[in-house]
Each structure stands twice: as C-alpha cells, then as structure tokens.
Design a binder for this molecule. Structure first.
Ligand code: NDP
Ligand code: MG
Length: 431
C-alpha cells in the first residue's frame, strides 16, 4: 500500500529535468517540507552549474548531466560533497532506475521517454509533467505501468485537476472531460498578427511562466492538442468525449462530468507548485500553509469573474491536427510530436515564421512514413524518421526568408507580470 510521506517514512525522490521550469518548482515545494523527503538523483542536459548547485542544496546522492563533455566540470563542481556524478544517455536512464519511491518526469520532449519509461518499468510513482511521453508512447507506458504496478500521477495542471476531481471514482464513471486553455498570447489575435509574430511575442504567455518549448506550444495551442492526447490515454476516454474550452484567467484547471450529471472542477492560481504539491503528497495532502514559498491563496472576490469561450479552430489549426492524429492512431501522434519539436526549435532559432510551425507539422504527418508500433524501438525509429522529414520540410519552408530569433539563449522565458510567473520562472534562484 502506498502511504503519504511522513517524517517516519520519508519519501525518496528523483527529479529528471531538475533545472527546468517544472524541476525548479518541484525543488521549491520539496524545500517547504524537507523533513518528508530524501533526494536520490537529479538530472539536467547542459545546465551544469545549476545542476551541481541544486544537487548540493538537496543533498542528492547522484547528479547526472546529459552532455558527456560536461562530466569533468560536474565532478569539479561536486568535489567534496560526496555526491556521485555521471553523464550521458545511459546515466539518465540509470538515474530513473535508482530505487526512488517517486520520480518527477520533467525532461522536455520525446527525449524524456526513455528515462521515464525506465521509472515506469520498475514500478515507481511517476509524477508525469512530460506530456510528450504519453503522446508518443501512451499505450506502451500504460501497459508497462499495469505490468509493473507503477502509478502515473498527472502533473500537467489540466490532468492533475481531473485526477483530483476523479478521486476514488472509477474511470467508467466519466462521461466527459473539459480541458481548459488560457488561449495563450494570441488568444484574440488576428491571423495576420500571428503570421507576423516574433519569438518574444510568442513566448510572452499571459498567465504562466514555463520552458520555451511549452510556451510556444501554448501560443500555437498545440499544447492543448498534445494534452488532448495525454488525457485520452490517462483517463481511457475517446477523444469525442473530450472538449477544449478557452478560459483566459487560468483558474479553473479542467472539469470532469460524471455519468450521473455532476461536473467537478479544480481551482487554484496558475502556479505549477499546486499540481506538483498534489503529486508529491499523494495519496495524502501536503500542508504548505504558512510557508513563505507556498502558492498564493485563491481570491475569487478580487478576480470578480471567470470567463469561458469556445476555441477558434481556424486561427488555431493545431487543435484539429492533434485530434486527427489521435483518431488516426498508430504512428500519427509520434510524427505530430516529432515534427512539432523540430518546428518549434526552428521558430525559436529564427529560421521559420510562427504560423509555419503548424504548417510543417501538417506536412510531416502527411509525408512521413506510417506503420505499426508496439515497442519502444518502433517509437524511436518513427520519431527519428519524422525528425529528418521535418528538418527537410523546415528548410524548404524557411528558405530565402528572414525572421527574428530569440536573443540570448534557448529556454529562459520573459519574466511574467504575476507573482506565480516570477516564482516559477526558470531564471529565478532556488527558492
Ligand atoms: P524546461 O525547458 O524549462 O526544462 C527542461 C528540463 O529538461 C531541463 O532540466 C533540461 O536541462 C532538461 N533537458 C532538456 N533536454 C534534455 C535532453 N535531451 N535530455 C535530458 N534532459 C533534457 O521545460 P519545462 O520545465 O517547461 O517542461 C518540462 C516538461 O513538463 C515538458 O514536457 C512540458 O510540456 C511539461 N509541462 C511543463 C509545464 C510548465 O509550467 N513549465 C506545465 C505542464 C507541463 P537543461 O536545463 O540543462 O537544458
Ligand atoms: Mg497543461
């Protein structure tokens, strides 16, 4: 039986992608209740200074950097700490295989699939932020979890909201799911405005501060498309029973309608520490009250009103593409995801325009080879092939045109206006 963490039974924790937006918010929550947790392993891709710093701060046993050329620097930075250092893809998988009770899967993109699958295969409690894992390998992940006894705890705020609303009720009691969406920075923008949008405008999310990839996904609304696929896997529901609803305030994080006619929602400020705290405390509830670093309390009187509107399929074609990929099944979601990752990276680097992202995804799903998928190796092969088609389509799309790229780096977001945004921003100190 899984019990909530307590000082007598501290929960051991591994954080994959600790230097990212979700990784940092996870550290912030862990540090409000240090007596309940012990840190096994932490990982990053190239942020070696930040990785060493957080490994020391948390007293982790193992720190893994993805890039092998950074191993000696990691070792130097960890000298005298007693923390083990390792590097490379195999070491990322080994970090996930270490016997931690709870694993935060917060690597961005399909790169997170192998380590996340390793945690699932050994039967861990896997707090799943990395939605691309389920998009590419939903059936495999769920089959492996059923075999190993792993628990998938949804951290994506919409899916966490549904998980909370569901409670102990069986999946068969669900009639409909309604995933809410902020609408992103271009919620009310014209197609012409979006066509001309630069990187800074696309990254400027109104409510959330997140890594660059998911920020761009929110601007195209591909994020909601990926989340639709994620929801269908997590809650064993057909896409015809899942609605998307634009909710600009990002307070209602999704709704669950039961077959008996009741609809339940989960509400909280737009702060990822809330779903992370839920997953860290599950099956109990963490007491974060009073901590300086606790999320703000919801103040509905100050908000005054909550509003909702239907999404505009014409301005946000990513929604239809994702739905079609889910319906087609097989390799289609793998191709959709791989093409999107390539196109988002090209947009961030200034090689294509904003609306080209979804055009490229549509072209790759059309052009790339489809086929049967059952094993991890099949997924990897189709992902790799789709990426090479996407690179070709991207070169064709961007050829001879000039775009502005993002100054000063890869993943930091513009600092946000709200407190929640600043606290969870990647550039902030470990709090
Ligand atoms: P970030 O880009 O902020 O962080 C990504 C993390 O993964 C970093 O630690 C990064 O290391 C590491 N990483 C990047 N590439 C690789 C790789 N190839 N191999 C191993 N590690 C890698 O992303 P977010 O925290 O925003 O998002 C993480 C996941 O959570 C995504 O799947 C996203 O969709 C999902 N999510 C995020 C939300 C948010 O609020 N941010 C909300 C809901 C879901 P380094 O720093 O060294 O590059
Ligand atoms: Mg989400």
């Amino acid at each position: 039986m899984i019990r909530p963490p307590s000082p007598e039974h501290r929960r051991s924790v591994t954080i994959l992608g600790v230097t990212g937006s979700i990784g940092r918010s996870t550290v912030a929550v862990l540090r409000t209740r240090p007596e309940l947790y012990r840190i096994e392993a932490v990982t990053a891709w190239s942020s070696v200074a930040a990785l060493a710093e957080v490994a020391r701060l948390l007293g982790a046993r193992l720190a893994v950097i993805g890039r092998e050329d950074l191993l000696s620097e990691l070792r130097t930075r960890l000298e005298g700490s007693g923390i083990e250092a390792a590097a490379g893809d195999a070491a990322l998988v080994e970090a996930a295989e270490r016997p931690a009770d709870w694993v935060m899967a917060a690597i961005v993109g399909a790169a997170g699939l192998r380590p996340t699958l390793a945690a699932v295969r050994r039967g861990a409690m896997v707090a799943l932020a990395n939605k691309e894992c389920l998009v590419c390998a939903g059936a495999l992940m769920l089959a492996e979890a059923a075999r190993s006894g792993a628990r998938l705890l949804p951290v994506d705020s919409e899916h966490n909201a549904i998980f909370q609303a569901l409670g102990a009720a069986p999946l068969e009691s669900i009639a409909r799911l309604t995933l809410t969406a902020s609408g992103g920075p271009f919620r009310d923008a014209s197609i012409e405005t979006m066509e001309a949008a630069g990187v800074e405008e696309a990254l400027a999310h109104p409510n959330w501060s997140m890594g660059a990839k998911i920020s761009i996904d929110s601007a195209t609304m591909m994020n909601k498309g990926l989340e639709l696929i994620e929801a269908c896997h997590l809650f064993a529901i057909d896409e015809r029973h899942v609605d998307i609803l634009v909710h600009p305030q990002s307070i209602v994080h999704s709704l669950l309608t039961f077959r008996d006619g009741s609809t339940l929602a989960q509400l909280s400020p737009p702060d990822m520490r809330v779903p992370i705290a839920h997953a860290l405390g599950w099956p109990g509830r963490l007491d974060l009250g009073g901590a300086d670093t606790a999320p703000a309390t919801l103040d509905l009187a100050a908000l005054g009103a909550l509003s909702f509107q239907a999404p505009d399929a014409a301005r946000f074609p990513a929604l239809g593409l994702a739905r079609a990929a889910l319906r087609a099944g097989g390799t289609a979601p793998i191709l959709l995801n791989a093409a999107n990752e390539v196109a988002v990276e090209a947009f961030l680097a200034g090689r294509i325009g904003f609306r080209d992202i979804v055009r490229i995804v549509a072209a790759v799903v059309e052009e790339a080879e489809h086929g049967p998928v059952t094993e991890y190796e099949d997924i990897r092969a189709y992902d790799a092939r789709a990426r090479s088609v996407a690179v070709r389509v991207t070169e064709r799309t961007g050829a001879g045109r000039v775009f502005s790229s993002r100054p000063g780096g890869r993943t930091d977001c513009a600092p946000g206006a709200s407190e929640a945004k600043v606290v969870s921003s990647k550039g902030s100190a470990w709090t």
